[in-house]
Design a protein. Structure first.
Length: 283
């Protein structure tokens, strides 16, 4: 490992079942790609089998890979009632010791588990000067006997302790608004993405809402991770929650126009989208 990356993302790189085999997913896949497109150096902390080959998907990133006998594999089925997910296998849990020492002072960190693979205390392993975001999704999940994923309220120690911002979607919350009261009591920023309905953001002690940037959706996978990445990068640069939310939402709108990370935009494209729609802002 050489040097401290600008942006460190922690979580399992996932193999999603696809018609032609597998495609990579999970927060690290989408966050690393978007952060790289924004000109940042990227570090990924994950667990995967020894046959993991970063290849073209991660040739721009530093990878801290812990050992695992298996991949985390998801099967996604889309129905009229929404997405149904099954977990077919799980990689080994990520340990705090998997984080290289030099990475603990990274300027930006996103903790993005897919299913409880990160200890709830891990945010405190990073510098107090780091801007730390937490993707709540992976902590709000349980599985039934068939491996199907369902929502489950968090009952352990606060996984968000030490973080500056918490990110989740309406799908992650599954109508459980009680989670939000716990989060806003501890974190200065809470962002809830709502697909084509936009987003709502708690910052500066109050909730506000924002419309979505218009885009014809091809694939929404990873849009929440893209929003979180864009938000954190821009908030680190400006300290302005409205600017960060607009930037993250514009980045997410570009990402849904392509398959996987193929539609993601760079800084010039994201800022152009923002200029096209000055009316889209927190209100």
């Amino acid at each position: 490992m050489t040097g401290t990356p600008d942006f460190v993302v922690v979580g399992h790189i996932v193999r999603d079942v696809a018609p032609v085999g597998y495609r990579l997913g999970g927060t690290p896949t989408f966050t690393a790609a978007q952060a790289h497109l924004l000109g940042l150096t990227v570090g990924v902390v994950t667990r995967a089998p020894a046959d993991f080959d970063p290849g073209a998907a991660f040739d721009f990133a530093q990878i801290a890979r812990g050992d695992s006998d298996a991949w985390t594999v998801f099967e996604n089925t889309y129905t009229a009632q929404g997405r149904v997910q099954r977990i077919l296998s799980r990689a080994a849990a990520i340990e705090p010791e998997d984080i290289p020492d030099a990475w603990r002072s990274a300027p930006i960190v996103l903790l993005g588990p897919v299913f409880h693979e990160i200890p709830d205390s891990i945010a405190r392993r990073f510098s107090a000067r780091s801007l730390i975001g937490v993707s709540a999704q992976g902590w709000l999940r349980a599985i039934d006997e068939a491996g199907s994923v369902r929502h489950a309220p968090w009952s352990g120690e606060p996984f968000w302790r030490g973080a500056s911002a918490i990110f989740a979607s309406d799908e992650d919350l599954a109508g459980d608004e009680a989670e939000l009261a716990r989060w806003t009591a501890d974190a200065g920023i809470v962002a809830i993405t709502r697909s084509h309905n936009g987003a709502r953001l708690f910052a500066d002690g109050r909730w506000r809402e924002m419309d979505a940037f218009p885009e014809e959706e091809v694939d929404a996978t990873g849009a929440g991770d893209t929003f979180a990445t864009g938000f954190l990068v821009r908030y680190r640069e400006t300290g302005d929650a409205n600017e960060a939310a607009r930037f993250g939402a514009a980045a997410a709108s570009l990402s849904v126009a392509g398959i996987g990370a193929a539609g993601m935009g760079n800084r010039v494209q994201i800022e152009a989208r923002m200029r096209q729609h000055p009316e889209i802002a927190l209100r």
